[in-house]
Design a protein around this ligand. Structure first.
Ligand code: KG4
Ligand code: ZN
Length: 364
């Protein structure tokens, strides 16, 4: 049977998502629907994602997401040819909810089941949005992940380096909390930084001089904490100007680190002489305009196409999972009912990430 219509499910962190992707006779993919139900309100009081609350919410919302994705695509379950689900890495309770739901649909409808690596979903998004040619360079930057990958095929990923501690999104969230801004921290810091002076405080650019693509963001966060405490000791409270300047200084440091390490990763990638060199980004932090602008300029300097996805496909979604399955089913068979949820699942088995202490689990 030719698989044309794929239902994707995603539940690895704090977004429950379902999507329908259609593949036409020529292999072109179209996203017919992509539904994302967030959980920010459920976790807000705790200052971070609570795994048990997330898992329960996924179990409650997955059916609703699937229903809504079918309505928006104007299809019924009978029209679905295959089901794809994030099988890791991520918060185990959420991943289990998705895998159980997908197994149920696969068994009830008699359709193939594909377990997809969440990071492969992000990494293959530029193929869905721009038809990026292999091999391309991908910078994956989110609340739980930060790594450079050369994407050689839908199943072959070469990790050049990544964070050795916090992911950048995690640092944005923690710094926002430290300086009294709202969650999620990324958008709050970006907005505050627009009003701030990035030069008032001088924050470190960790590992900048080390000859590798590895990065570190935890010391930067501590430097912001120290500066905040100095301001509190001197003045008793942070003014709006202090908040804006701290946000701008922090963001400028993240931008510098990401830009410098991207330059280095591009050198390694361009040494492969790709036919159509492309730098792609994915993950929630790639929504940041200051980061996008800096990466675009690095690309232009290196005669490389810059391919940032639309915001809706930058952050967690299920269209990327359905699409990744569509590519992978050309080179491998489906999974069976033994498919298990994997909290850690490095894309490049030869270069597993160092394990950090992040709140969102795997730094794969
Ligand atoms: O990819 P994502 O939606 O979820 C995972 O972490 O998997 O990324 C969420 C992260 C959060 O830490 C959030 O603060 C960050 O992305 N983020 C941003 C921006 N928008 C979201 N960070 C910096 N600037 C932004 N505009
Ligand atoms: Zn993600």
């Amino acid at each position: 049977m030719t698989v044309r219509t794929i239902l994707g499910l995603e539940s690895s962190c704090d977004d429950t998502a379902a999507a329908i992707v259609h593949i036409d006779e020529t292999g072109n993919a179209t996203v017919l629907s992509s539904v994302v139900m967030g959980q920010n309100d459920l976790h807000a009081a705790f200052g971070g994602v609570v795994p048990e609350i997330a898992a329960r919410a996924h179990a409650e919302k997955l059916d609703l997401c699937v229903e809504q994705a079918l309505i928006e695509a104007e299809l019924t379950l009978r029209d679905v040819d295959a089901v794809a689900v994030t099988a890791g890495p991520g918060l185990i309770g959420g991943v289990v909810s998705g895998v159980m739901c997908a197994k149920g649909l696969s068994a009830a409808l008699g359709i193939p089941l594909y377990g997809v690596n969440h990071l492969a979903g992000h990494a293959l998004t530029p193929r869905l949005t721009d038809g990026a040619a292999y091999p391309y360079l991908m910078l994956l930057v989110s609340g739980g992940h930060c790594q450079f990958l050369i994407v050689h095929s839908a199943q072959s990923f070469q990790r050049l380096g990544g964070t050795i501690d916090d992911a950048p999104g995690e640092a944005f969230d923690k710094v926002a909390r430290l300086i009294g801004l709202s969650q999620p921290g990324g958008p709050a810091i970006e907005a505050a930084a627009l009003q701030g002076d990035p030069a008032r405080f001088s924050f470190p650019r960790p590992l900048l001089n080390r000859d590798s693509c590895d990065m570190s963001f935890s010391g930067l966060k501590t430097a912001v904490l120290r500066q905040r405490d100095t301001l509190l000791d001197d003045d008793g409270a942070l003014t709006q100007r202090d908040q804006a300047d701290l946000a701008a200084g922090f963001q400028a440091a993240v931008v510098d680190v990401l830009a410098a390490k991207t330059r280095r990763a591009l050198c390694e990638y361009l040494a492969l002489s790709p036919d159509e060199p492309s730098l792609c980004v994915a993950g929630g932090v790639a929504a940041n305009m200051a980061i996008r602008t800096a990466l675009e300029s690095v690309s232009n300097h290196n005669r490389t196409r810059f391919l940032p996805p639309p915001l809706s496909l930058c952050t967690d979604n299920a269209a990327m999972i359905a699409y990744a399955a569509a590519e992978q089913m050309m080179i491998r068979g489906p999974d069976d009912m033994a498919l298990s949820a994997r909290p850690r699942w490095p894309l490049d088995q030869s270069q597993p990430a160092m394990l950090g202490s992040g709140k969102k689990g795997a730094k794969a």
